[in-house]
Design a protein. Structure first.
Lengths: 549, 288
């Protein structure tokens, strides 16, 4: 008691300035902490929004497919009722389409014309006739997809014409030639004034026509910029410029060995157009030439084109042609692989976790096992892929690219996640429940099976679904066991070769066609959709089965 | 156990063998048990170690049938440890070791012939914090009889549940909501539900580990009243921090201090005329 009275002699002054400052600093620190948190969350949301936004921007067009509605006459002379699949459907499609363009007659142009429709149209038509043999002899109207370049053109993803010159090239022309007064327009054609030295080593008076005027022109261009090299400057002139020098020398053979100053040589046509204040353009090489642009405009005028929702994206399997490529094979493959993964890792994971948490003695061995399980969760997934390749494929001889093997590899990946989640869920069941059950004479296994496990189930399910979602998005191990194969049909069972969603995204992202660029983004969106759905189920289950005690 | 003789072991085996099918229902127990103050459970030289640390030193205590035995003492004195030895709940604690001899109706409960799981059905336990299962009231009580195969039919089971709830004095309050969650009851009701759950498996002994420490005085009074009724049929051992409670409900009291059983005897004697000065100091409130 005496100690306390002694200490209270020097009471803390709660009203001092020092104390007020300390309180203020504490509030400021509280506020700062909140601001950091809000900033971090805003940053995360911003990044997510940019990701999803860019995916939607580039992937939205893949959800629609440009199609032409055409009426095909199923000529009974061309299609043998008893041998439908061997009929020449290609000719029927080509003839039907050509009829829309009566003025196209040249064979080369006719064959170019067919590139507007997807190559697969003939198979679509064949499948239709096989399914409806009674339609032979009649006219049928089908809506068939356009080929990828024209699909993109119709959707406005690619323009019909491109700029022939880049901004850099334009600026170079303006700065280096035009602004220095070196460009003249004569008779509506643009010329550049250059000085050329007619090198007698390159041109002999006896045979002027055979002279090296191209080399003379290049030297003259170099002389325009004496102390610096300017990339791409030679493209401003073409063969016509060398020809102009040749004409000049032929007209004035005396200039050989001299320098001709301010010789007017024509610039190439794109720069001529540019000099006249227009933007030089070329037809988009993806589409073809001016003919194709003309035909497409004609087709648009016929009102047969439309751009409906692309069921192909969901119902077709992979294809070489982006307009026909779909995700059904990948979705089914992923589904089978996840089924296998679930069937292996869910019971195994729970059994392992229950044993470790409820029954195993706490000794060095169980510590070792625990450390290793936690380590497994951190092993790069590609290592599991290599393991699957070495063990499941090489040693056990299981089929390549099969969802069975994919699921087995993915289950290696999800097992640690499930074990850790299950153990955490088991740990969170209050000991009072175990005691209550033990206290009325429940055996250890009855305590676990009747009380602890059911109470831990929401946590276990959440962990499992998150592990499954992780497995769904996993690519690297699937690449190693061949689940990135090009498969054009959905697998019928878990032993058939298949691909999976992330592997499909990976192989599409590697394809040059514009259609695959959009489809890659669309496939990512669909994958994200599945992930959101699975996590939604996890949240739903957690809320539904969460119990209070 | 070390001090066990061959004959005792044989007797224990025989006893536990004919006890295995626990068929006697709670009501007709009177004939089976011996005279009122004959010891139902007997502890001899009981010591408990948690790893290297000894928590209980050579405790000798008789717990008579049809009576309440109160274990009192300051925190950490070993009374709960002793209580948990009586139904072998200490077995579930990592590193706990029990030496000495504990018998129920003469049979050693630590004998290899005794199944600790069945022992816990015969020696029921009620915990400090009410811990009903997160199931319905009916399921809470029915769980024990079901896992022990006590009920032969559905009606049998219903009868046991109703009987147990009645004995625990809870039936009137919950008869309309037997199929609602047990966790929805008030604290006192939950504790009585736990008692009903323990009774439902026809135990001979009921251990109570500070059953009222989480309850308000009215709920406490109800539980104490209940204990007084249950004492007619069961051997009850209660750990309590409240000396008033010990004085009110128990017939015998044992005072523990620092792991040693200091003194035990008739409650009236312990509270009015203790032999040991430590007991005197504790019950008069000088420490603890």
């Amino acid at each position: 008691m005496t100690d306390i009275t002694a200490a209270s002699d020097k009471l803390h002054n709660w009203a001092s300035k020092e104390n007020t400052n300390r309180v203020r600093a504490r509030y400021a620190a509280d506020r700062r902490l909140q601001i950091y948190g809000i900033a971090a969350i805003s940053f995360a949301i911003l990044v997510l929004a940019i990701l999803v936004g860019s995916l939607i921007a580039s992937g939205a067009s893949a959800f629609f497919q440009s199609k032409a509605t055409l009426t095909f006459f199923l000529d009974p002379n061309a299609i043998d009722k008893n041998d439908i699949s061997n009929a020449n459907f290609r000719k029927i499609v080509n003839d039907t389409f050509s009829k829309l363009f009566p003025d196209v007659t040249a064979p080369k142009q006719k064959s170019d014309l067919q590139k507007i429709l997807s190559t697969e149209v003939r198979f679509t038509l064949r499948d239709y006739v096989v399914a409806n043999p009674d339609k032979i002899g009649q006219s049928v109207t089908l809506t068939v997809p356009l080929s990828d370049p024209f699909d993109q053109l119709y959707k406005g993803v690619v323009p019909p014409r491109l700029n022939a010159l880049s901004d850099q090239e334009k600026a170079r022309f303006e700065n280096r030639l035009k602004n220095r007064g070196l460009i003249d327009v004569v008779d509506g054609r643009s010329f550049a004034k250059i000085n050329v030295y007619i090198d007698p080593a390159k041109v002999v008076p006896e045979d002027i026509a055979a002279g090296g005027f191209q080399a003379i022109l290049l030297e003259g261009i170099d002389a325009l910029f004496p102390n610096q090299r300017v990339a791409g400057i030679y493209a401003i002139f073409d063969d016509a410029a060398a020809e102009a020098i040749k004409q000049h020398v032929m007209a004035n053979p005396g200039v050989i060995g001299q320098t001709v100053e301010n010789l007017l040589v024509p610039v190439s046509p794109f720069y001529d157009t540019l000099n006249k204040g227009q933007n030089p353009q070329i037809p988009n090489p993806r589409i073809g030439g001016e003919n194709e642009i003309k035909w497409f405009e004609q087709l648009k005028g016929l009102n047969v084109l439309s751009s409906p929702f692309s069921t192909e994206l969901f119902l077709n399997s992979n294809s070489r042609f982006p307009e026909q490529a779909g995700l059904s094979g990948a979705i089914v493959g992923s589904f089978y692989a996840l089924m296998v993964c679930f069937l292996i890792s869910f019971p195994t994971g729970i059994a392992a976790a229950v044993y470790l948490e409820e029954f195993a003695p706490k000794n060095r061995w169980t510590d070792l096992i625990e450390v290793n399980i936690n380590n497994l969760a951190a092993v790069p997934s590609i290592v599991f892929g290599l393991l699957g390749l070495a063990v499941f494929l090489n040693l056990f001889g299981l089929p390549r690219s099969a969802p069975l093997v994919g699921g087995m590899v993915l289950s290696l990946l999800t097992l640690p996640t499930i074990i850790i989640a299950t153990r955490a869920a088991l740990k969170s069941v209050p000991p009072s429940i175990r005691q209550a059950a033990l206290g009325i004479g429940a055996s250890k296994h009855q305590v676990v099976m009747h009380h602890v496990l059911p109470l831990a189930m929401p946590g276990i399910l959440t962990g499992t679904i998150i592990g499954m979602a992780h497995a769904l998005g996993e690519t690297a191990p699937l690449l190693l066991i061949g689940m990135n194969a090009f498969i054009t049909s959905a697998p019928g069972d878990i032993l058939e070769a298949a691909t999976a969603l992330p592997a499909q995204i990976y192989s599409w992202s590697d394809s040059p066609e514009r259609g695959f660029v959009a489809r890659t983004s669309a496939a990512i969106l669909i994958l994200l959709g599945f992930l959101v759905f699975m996590n939604g189920i996890a949240i739903f289950l957690r809320q539904k089965f969460e119990r209070k005690w | 156990m070390q001090i066990q003789t061959q004959s005792q072991l044989a007797e224990a085996t025989a006893k536990s063998a004919d006890m295995t099918p626990v068929q006697t229902t709670v009501g007709d127990k009177s004939g089976a048990s011996s005279t009122d103050h004959a010891a139902m459970m007997r502890a001899r030289q009981v010591s408990v170690f948690y790893g290297a640390k000894q928590a209980l030193f050579d405790v000798n205590l008789d717990m008579p049938a049809r009576a309440v035995t109160a274990l009192i003492g300051p925190s950490g004195c070993g009374k709960s440890t002793f209580l948990r030895c009586l139904n072998r709940m200490n077995d579930t604690i990592e590193g706990a070791r029990v030496t000495g001899n504990i018998t129920i109706e003469g049979a050693d409960i630590y004998s290899p012939a005794v199944d600790p799981v069945q022992l816990r059905a015969r020696v029921g336990m009620v915990f400090q914090k009410p811990n009903p299962f997160p199931k319905t009231i009916f399921e809470n009580v029915a769980y024990g009889p079901r896992i022990h195969g006590i009920a032969r039919s559905k009606t049998d089971l219903e009868e046991i549940v109703v009987n147990s709830l009645q004995k625990a004095g809870l039936f009137k309050e919950v008869k309309d909501r037997l199929h609602e969650a047990g966790t929805g009851l008030s604290g006192g009701q939950q504790q009585r539900l736990c008692i009903a759950r323990a009774i439902a498996v026809s135990p001979e002994v009921i251990l109570m580990d500070e059953p009222c420490s989480a309850l308000d005085p009215i709920a406490t009074a109800k539980i104490e009243e209940l204990m007084d009724e249950l004492r007619q049929n069961y051997c009850i051992v209660i750990v309590t921090h409240s000396m008033q409670q010990a004085a009110r409900v128990s017939q015998r009291t044992a005072f523990f201090h620092l792991g040693i059983l200091v003194e035990e005897g008739e409650t009236s004697v312990i509270f009015t005329n203790p032999k040991d000065s430590r007991t005197q100091d504790y019950i008069t409130g000088r420490f603890g």
